[in-house]
Design a protein around this ligand. Structure first.
Ligand SMILES: *Cc1c(COP(=O)(O)O)cnc(C)c1O
Length: 341
């Protein structure tokens, strides 16, 4: 089986398992789990955001960010293709009682102008615009990314209008490797940032929510507890995350290269109608309707031992990650070339 559905499917490496085994454990609800404290301090320093909360998932980290950056009935500006809107079960409505102002865009990126144009006037008719949420890299945008200067343009508008700025950085390290920018160049612009350890970094579980201010940090720990995310001896998971951050970031470049190779190959195949520009580790492409639907194509791949994600309509997604072996790519190539002959 070759599994290209997601970079969440990665298994811990041997070094990571050793780090997990050696972890010294305490109760993190009491603030006594040392590996968790080390992990939080390490990521905080990396991104120049002073506070961090280790969360069981990226979804929880994003939803806590919405909770601490808004009040009920506020509005949040984000892309219609954002994970917060598409893939978090509508939690924004129930957990934080906010509305989302959705910006349509092909790439799933939004601009400073989009933000400016969608801020509500201070009028009792309108929800109060309180926050902007970006995604970096953009999952539904084929892994495209924001540079620090693009984020800075948006941050300027946020500052002028008293809006909080959050980045869903589930794949922020993919963005940083592709742009060559530093974590702090991004972190210093933000009120909050979620960072996923269990995507391409290869840890089994966990995301960090990073925060700029102390009051938001206190509130975030409270909200995490309420959501059932106060965890006890989680040092094993924190140790895995720290190991990933210290040893498995540079390796993401290999994923980017293999994704580019796959995208180039797809471009040459007659049954592929279009391939989104490939910047990081995600390849999004459309099957030409004459060859069936995206779902039919994914079923074909499955029958040949290749798992892929059906996104909708004609669209299919491959994600490259650390558990793919060089030999997998030649098998994939053969499976693709056999389709529709
Ligand atoms: C995977 C992902 C998340 C978080 O997902 P969890 O499965 O809840 O950890 C958040 N945002 C984006 C863009 C993602 O791809």
């Amino acid at each position: 089986m070759i599994d290209l559905r997601s970079d969440t499917l990665t298994q811990p490496t041997e070094g990571m398992k050793r780090a997990m085994y050696m972890a010294e454990l305490g109760d993190d609800v009491y603030g006594e789990d040392l590996p968790t404290k080390s992990l939080e301090a390490y990521v905080s320093a990396l991104f120049a955001l002073p506070y961090a909360v280790f969360c069981p998932s990226g979804t929880m980290a994003n939803q806590i960010a919405l909770g601490v950056n808004t009040r009920p009935r506020d509005e949040v500006i984000c892309a219609a293709k954002s994970h917060i809107y598409c893939y978090e079960g509508g939690a924004w409505a129930s957990l934080s009682a906010v509305s989302l102002r959705l910006i349509a865009s092909e790439t799933g990126k939004i601009t400073a102008k989009d933000v400016q144009d969608n801020i509500n006037a201070d009028d009792v008719h309108f929800p109060r615009t309180a926050m902007v949420a970006l995604e970096n890299t953009v999952n539904r945008g084929g892994g495209c990314y924001y540079t620090a200067s693009e984020v800075a343009d948006i941050q300027k508008i946020c500052q002028q209008n008293n809006l909080k700025l959050h980045v869903d950085g589930a794949r922020i390290f993919n963005a940083l490797l592709a742009s060559g920018e530093s974590p702090s160049a991004h972190g210093q612009l933000l009120d909050s940032l979620s960072v996923c350890l269990s995507k391409g970094l290869g840890a089994p579980v966990g995301s960090l929510l990073l925060l700029k201010d102390a009051a938001a940090h206190k509130e975030a720990r409270r909200m995490r507890k309420i959501l059932g995310g106060g965890m006890r001896q989680i040092g094993m998971l924190a140790a895995a995350g720290l190991y990933a951050l210290q040893n498995q970031i540079e390796r993401l470049r290999e994923d980017h290269q293999s994704a580019k190779d796959i995208a180039n190959l797809l471009q040459k195949l007659p049954f592929v109608q279009s391939v989104m520009p490939c910047y990081t580790n995600i390849v999004l492409f459309d099957i030409a309707p004459a060859y069936g639907s995206g779902k039919q194509f994914v079923d074909y791949l499955g029958s040949q031992g290749v798992k892929a994600s059906f996104i909708g309509g004609q669209q299919v997604r491959f994600v490259t990650h650390l558990n793919l072996k060089p030999a997998d790519f030649s098998v994939l190539e053969a499976v693709l070339e056999r389709f529709a002959v």
